[in-house]
Design a protein around this ligand. Sequence first.
Ligand code: AQP
Length: 339
Amino acid sequence: MANTAFQPRVFSGIQPSGGLTLGNYLGALKRFTTMQNEGNFETIYCMVDLHAITVWQDPETLKRNTRELCAGFIASGVDPEKSILFNQSQVPEHAQLAWVFNTVARMGWLNRMTQFKDKAGKNRENASVGLFAYPSLMAADILIYHATHVPVGDDQKQHLELTRDIAAKFNHDYGVDFFPITEPVIEGAATRVMSLRDGSKKMSKSDASDMSRINMTDDADTIAAKLRKARTDPDALPSEVAGLAERPEARNLINIYAAFSDMTPEQVLADVGGKQFSEFKPMLAELAVSKLSPISSEMSRLMQDQGEIDKILSRGAERAREITEPILAKTYDIVGMVR
Ligand code: AQP
């Protein structure tokens, strides 16, 4: 098989399954903007509403969350002129390719996905088939653009490995070199922002406790209060990263500080080592508010013009389909569909 050279292209998405969290911002959005502005890649970003409905969503809330997520992308620095920004269900080729990938992915592969196990919980028999097949749709999201790089948080690593397996099996089964073997981009201090209430759990938009997360729409007082009440231990901060090994909550707050200030955790600890949390938490709150407030005000401004958001999404979908239609057509041809 020839070793096809693929154009450097980034794809990533976020579910409109609730309001955006600090985890989504530091683990995903902030890096989406950097990759867009570096100019080494064509960048494509998506609100993955088809993924969101794998767990029941109230229809009106889903619409609102999708538009608010679009506002969140733009307010965080994703420019709909520089990047392609759109909503997944407006580009039907995602779901069409996902069906083909459902025939390529193996039950055993999907059975190993930890996110399914976590989200389905004890009542697996009652989980939707969509939740089980989620990684096949995610592979389709990426590969329908022949994306070469995918910036994600650490929790998505296993799904990215599955995407690579699906691409490789498709290429092998049909004797082609059609889909790229995508590289995950999991970098920086905040690839896994943890809950503020439990340092062993990921910060998540669907966590029952609002105190566990910082929402992108929280006001300055709420952000400061949540950080003040964040669970920590009684010791002072260490001066070196090794001192965080058994202290997940302390490590989380240092990582958040590092990500906001574009420093490494080592550099942060060189400055704040020896301080008590009573001194460090207000510093972190001030930094967080200074970075998040402009984003949340811009989000509320954008949300006042729903028509404009819908226009941006339609235009993004049109641009996306210029890429997805020929890739789907070629896929169908490879698989043997009469066209
Ligand atoms: N806590 C996190 N730390 C770092 N990155 C995170 N991401 C999510 N949470 C964190 C990254 O954000 C991107 C979009 O994620 P998603 O919304 O599509 O799905 P998710 O990972 O399942 O996020 P949530 O907040 O936990 O949503 P729910 O509660 O609906 O499941 C991904 O790149 C993800 O890694």
